[in-house]
Design a protein around this ligand. Structure first.
Ligand code: NDP
Ligand code: MG
Length: 394
């Protein structure tokens, strides 16, 4: 049976890995919509190869280039956030949500409204609007399948288990490119330093987030929101080899671990074929060759993101929206060279403090509009705080 699919963020690292799996069984899929950003050559080439019905760039200024690249192909083209929503409203069996950042929330949210399966790589959706996204899925009978490798691992460890018997969930962290750097060294870390991941090949933003452990912080919150597990049962451990992706501990003391090569095609393929398991083109690990698996407690003094994530999980509601938005701004500023590596956590913490009163007054998230408003407010504050920090250090 041919399945229809749409891929949001098709030109990115997750999007390309998804297309790689689909390419191997081309006849099994019909591609409805592909979306991208500035990489128009890739978007157009993929739209032609997979015979997509629609290609969307999120940037209006890229539309002429996309139109020209697909002239005569019969593939419809469009641009901008509204066009992403229009693409999400097209009926398909399976949607991949792999846009980077909170920009991925609205298209994923709309895809759920049509009661389909959403493969969710965009962890920011759950951090910024977890309760809303999960209740939207329930209301429309839609299924969300996790694609983040740790959450796919937890999901797999929970098959056939009673969630009530879960005592703890441990997600592993490689520790990122700067794992063993001192605080003084971290203060001087450059974008190039933070962009070299030891084990995973990913987009630049998540790679830097791995180095600051903000990626792991997002994933702790993602665990709480997706599985509905209380924060005191969720933790992270540094595991430099990235072979164990997550562990689930049960009330009888058993600890179930998920092991696999660090290749996102495993988690993507699991979500693509679920509930079946199919042969996937990933390396099979050889335990004797790996020989040693190490685990260490994360250092929250050098990497404060995890401490902030615990605060966010305790407060709940809009705290996740503020945290994610402030993190995105801080990351933009670090990439632009206006603030240092350690300033990212400082800006996020200061933004959370600055908005804590507003949050205390009304913390429930009832609509997408409310999330977007809070996201906007947090971005404005985070930008102010980042430029104040820049002035102080100049
Ligand atoms: P990439 O940066 O490689 O790709 C991001 C995609 O989103 C590209 O298609 C990009 O277009 C598009 N895009 C960028 N900005 C916008 C925007 N404002 N609106 C709409 N589309 C946009 O990211 P990754 O593939 O690494 O990550 C995607 C998501 O998956 C993230 O949420 C990440 O946290 C998550 N994830 C990624 C993993 C990985 O291994 N890479 C692992 C686990 C989770 P273009 O490139 O054409 O400009
Ligand atoms: Mg992950």
């Amino acid at each position: 049976m041919t399945r229809s699919v749409s891929i949001f963020g098709a030109t990115g690292s997750i999007g390309q890995n998804t297309l790689d799996l689909i390419r191997r069984d081309h006849g099994g899929y019909r591609v409805e919509a592909l979306t991208g950003g500035r990489n128009i050559a890739q978007l157009a080439a993929d739209a032609r190869e997979f015979g997509a019905n629609l290609a969307v760039t999120c940037f209006d200024d890229c539309l002429p280039e996309l139109r020209e690249a697909l002239a005569g192909s019969g593939i419809a083209v469009a641009s901008g956030p509204e066009a992403l929503i229009e693409a999400a409203d097209r009926p398909v069996d399976w949607t991949m949500s792999a846009i980077v950042g909170a920009a991925g929330l609205a298209p994923g949210f709309h895809a759920l409204r049509h009661g389909r399966t959403l493969a969710l790589a965009n962890k920011e959706s759950l951090v910024t609007a977890g309760p809303l996204l999960m209740s939207e899925a329930r209301a429309h009978g839609a299924r969300i399948l996790p694609v983040d490798s740790e959450h796919s691992a937890v999901f797999q460890a929970l098959v056939g288990e009673d969630i009530g018997a879960v005592e703890r969930v441990i997600v592993t962290a490689s520790g990122g490119a700067l794992r063993d750097w001192s605080k003084d060294q971290l203060a001087r870390a450059t974008v190039a330093d933070a962009s070299a991941h030891p084990n995973w090949d990913m987009g630049q933003r998540i790679t830097i987030d791995s180095a600051s452990l903000f990626n792991k912080a997002l994933e702790l919150i993602e665990t709480k929101e997706f599985f509905g597990i209380s924060p005191d049962k969720i933790s992270a451990v540094v595991h430099p080899q990235s072979i164990v992706h997550a562990l689930v501990g049960f009330s009888d003391g058993a600890l179930m671990a998920h092991l696999g090569a660090p290749d996102m095609r495993h988690a993507i393929g699991y979500a693509l074929h679920w509930p079946e398991r199919r042969n996937l083109p990933v390396d099979r690990i050889d335990l004797a060759e790996i020989a040693t698996l190490e685990f260490r407690k994360p250092d929250e003094d050098r990497f404060p993101a995890l401490r902030l994530a615990r605060e966010v999980m305790e407060i709940g509601g809009k705290a996740g929206t503020v945290f994610n938005a402030a993190k995105e701004v801080a990351l933009d500023q670090f990439i632009a060279g206006t603030i240092g590596f350690l300033d990212m956590a400082a800006v996020v913490e200061a933004t959370m403090d600055a908005i804590s009163n507003e949050i205390r007054l009304s913390n429930a998230i009832n609509s997408l509009e409310m999330v977007l408003q809070t996201d906007h407010l947090a971005r404005v504050r985070a930008k102010e705080l980042a430029s104040r920090r820049q002035e102080q250090t100049a």
